[in-house]
Design a protein around this ligand. Sequence first.
Ligand SMILES: [Mn+2]
Length: 363
Amino acid sequence: MGMRAAHAGAAAEQVRAARIDAAERVAAVVRERAVDFAVLCGDTFEDNQVDRALVARVVEILASCRCPVYLIPGNHDALVPGSVWSDASFSRAPTVRVLRDESPIEAPGGATLWPCVAKARHDERDPTLWVRAPSDGRVHVLLAHGTVESVHYEEPWYPIARDCAERARVDYVALGHFHQHLEYVGADGVARMAYSGTHEPTRFGERDPGQALVVTVPKAGDVPAIEPVVTGALRWLVVDATLREAGDVERAKEAVRALGDGAQTLLRLKLDGYLRVDEQDALVALAEMVRDRFVFGRVESTLRPAPTDTAWTKDLPVGPVLDAAKLLAQWAEPSFDGRPDGVSADVAARALLELYAMAATGE
Ligand SMILES: [Mn+2]
């Protein structure tokens, strides 16, 4: 919460509002499922400087869960002097519990929570190493924020070993930091550790974002049932299109139209290939459609102009490539009638353009 969303341009405000709405859906899921408690495993806030009115709003949403909600700080909202966690809103919401100490606490449903607390933005130690749960019949849940080994992430701090659940002897490890839903299967074939991912998608290129996890552990030692529930609303799509032949711009436009209602979609349309002179107007229309139809829409083009005649073939080295170009140029002439069976002028024109692309890029 409090993400500036500068990467969404003029849609940033809508992106921020969507994150509030998605938080309300998380609270609704918590109420509908009548869970014993909810956990948020760090980076609830973008940073420790977020607007305090936003903090109050988030605490209000969490309080609406009608069950205890436990939060640990993450690297973005680390527990440091003057952090967001010192906001007075938290002291007014008794069911919203910020866990500040590395010591186990009892939660409803016969559970014991083991909170690993981020006290700095960077740390290169595994924050879970202190945990070793007893076999006392309680359901032990470890809460941690960090980077499980082998996850590639731009902020690779707070490393967490893949065998954390086994080593700490807990029933479940609830993870924060990574934005996508990801489960880890232990040596016994059971997943006891998972990132829920963010409640609302955050950026382009994410897989499986916008979910909460409903985790059920009937009793100590049981296999956890991990059920993803969709809570996000906005789609962040990247669509690639390569233009080569007449009509490709129109086909790209159809593909964009097929994405449906743009009111919940951010789109980056990446175009490469060659643009024909007679399709420049169609490209302008496509760009307008991308801009107008979506919450955020941007065309990213590396298009080059397609050749208007075959003069470029004169630069080809003498040999089979030049011979092929000459032949294709001849076949591509609609009035030429000596084409081999099965070769149309269109196919020859397209092949010639492919050859042009190869020659232009040195392939
Ligand atoms: Mn983080």
